[in-house]
Ligand binder design. Structure first.
Ligand code: FES
Length: 285
């Protein structure tokens, strides 16, 4: 007597699954979150104005919108532009094409943008959400042309390896953002606290928490050795690995909180600079 033990587990095809939970919610939120960030980021960078606020006070201090930090060049005479003393290389270059707004943001967004785009967590999120390959565990993927073998991130996608290089540059931004936060606690040289100060302080703290869980950093300071119990170097690497591991387990959480926070901080300073929002602060007491 023959016994046929093979049977279809579930229908094959895009989004076909036996799962009964709301598996579609996560990829839907990823699409919404990343699309919102991309649209807002490009819109903000294209504005080229209202990225600075110091209540008209000169001297040390003021709020600098994070999407515009650091300003490599500054165009004079633009509404809501930072004072020229904040420009790293001076006035706006004359070679800049006239059809592109003179926005300091356009010059500096690429590095953090590529850093996030190539992050191991975000890759998982957008591979699932945008290309549906598959959209979630145990859910049917978009049909693809059959190729021999699984190629993974080879071929064109090998470019994702740039992540470990952008990591070094992105860490410089965190130092700069901490300086911006320090700046935000002063206005005309006088110490004080405003809602903008809190937002600009939270920004580098959350970004550092996100970055400190980076797989490349874990490899750099806690990995790349075969033996943790072989001497002082191994011991230090093990301790480093434990600390980075704590952040690494929360990498997804910090990835999203830091993403939303920087967007809110940037928009808030723009709104304050434009006069749409009154910044609650201690300077007016
Ligand atoms: S893996 Fe996410 S920031 Fe490096």
């Amino acid at each position: 007597m023959s016994t046929n033990t093979s049977f279809a587990i579930h229908d094959k095809g895009f989004t076909k699954t036996l799962r009964k939970d709301n598996w579609w919610l996560y990829p839907a939120l990823v699409v919404f979150g990343l699309t919102s960030f991309l649209v807002y980021g490009l819109w903000s960078a294209w504005q080229a104005d209202f990225y600075w606020y110091s209540a008209g006070q000169e001297g040390f201090g003021g709020y600098l919108a994070p999407f515009y930090s650091p300003p490599l060049f500054i165009k004079e005479g633009v509404a809501g532009a930072a004072p020229m003393s904040h420009s790293i290389f001076g006035p706006w270059p004359t070679w800049w094409p006239s059809w592109i707004p003179p926005s300091p943001s356009l010059l500096i967004l690429a590095v953090p943008g590529i850093f996030r785009f190539t992050c191991y967590y975000y890759r998982k999120a957008y591979y699932r959400a945008f290309s549906g390959t598959p959209p979630a565990c145990a859910v049917g993927a978009l049909p693809r042309k059959r190729k021999k073998g699984y190629k993974g991130e080879t071929g064109l996608m090998v470019v994702q390896n740039i992540h470990r290089i952008t990591m070094y540059f992105a860490s410089i931004y965190i130092i700069i953002f901490f300086y911006d936060a320090y700046l935000a606690f002063f206005r005309g040289g006088e110490f004080g606290v405003g809602l903008g100060s809190i937002l600009l302080l939270g920004n580098p703290i959350l970004l550092a928490s996100y970055m400190f869980g980076c797989h490349s950093i874990r490899h750099l300071i806690g990995g790349s050795r075969d033996c943790y119990s072989c001497g002082l170097g191994g011991d230090i690497a093990h301790k480093n690995g434990m600390i980075v591991g704590w952040f690494n387990r929360r990498h997804e959480l910090f990835a999203w909180i830091s993403l939303v926070w920087i967007m809110v901080a940037d928009l808030y300073i723009r709104m304050v600079s434009m006069g749409y929002i009154n910044d609650p602060n201690t300077w007016n007491f």
